[in-house]
Design a protein around this ligand. Structure first.
Ligand code: HEC
Length: 157
């Protein structure tokens, strides 16, 4: 029963703090779906598309960012992915159960790994971090958005 009582308590605390004088300065603009479509997904696409391999009749071509601007775009995307985890835990978006928090924190964690890889300008690390990001997306969707188990990742198709 312990596992059940904690989220109930957490929900109660959230509810009570919401009822008391307005302690939350932020204003929710996007609902979760809009946040996914407008913020999370575009950043993830930039990150996933940054490094890869094209195989065609001419052979194998590996591509990766080469200019400062291109690396900056990858760093920015990683930052958005990481901070999105915080946006998902805002009041109004946070879902019941401890899992939502753990899965949102997991997105922050892989987002930070993604950022480190981009800061190091290490294409292999960016590719690997991209896979970790993908798992973090899929893990949450498996529980909270079963129709969206696979966010669009060209590599997975
Ligand atoms: C903590 C949970 C959580 C994480 C992490 C998460 N998502 Fe989502 N996502 C959701 C939920 C919940 C929905 C369903 C929203 C709805 O339909 O109301 C969703 C829906 C989506 C959708 C479908 C939107 C539509 O058109 O219906 C896309 C695309 C998406 N997420 C992309 C991503 C990507 C990319 C990542 C990782 C970088 C990610 N999500 C990480 C919870 C999460």
């Amino acid at each position: 029963m312990k596992a059940v009582r904690f989220p109930l308590l957490a929900a109660l605390v959230t509810l009570l703090s919401g009822c008391s004088s307005n302690t939350q300065p932020f204003v929710e603009v996007a609902d979760i779906k809009q946040l996914m479509i407008s913020v999370v997904e575009p950043a993830a696409e930039i990150y996933w598309d940054a490094v890869g391999t094209i195989i065609d009749k001419n052979g194998i071509v590996e591509f990766a960012p080469s200019t400062d601007e291109e690396w900056q775009a990858v760093r920015n995307a990683a930052m958005v992915i990481a901070e999105s985890g915080n946006l998902l835990m805002m009041e109004g978006r946070i879902q019941g159960g401890v899992e939502w928090t753990a899965l949102s924190r997991a997105l922050i964690e892989v987002g930070r790994q993604a950022l480190q890889a981009a800061e190091a300008e290490n294409a292999t690390a960016v590719f690997d971090a991209g896979a970790e990001v993908y798992y973090a997306c899929s893990n949450c969707h498996a529980t909270y958005a079963p129709d969206t188990i696979r966010p669009s990742d060209n590599r997975a198709k």
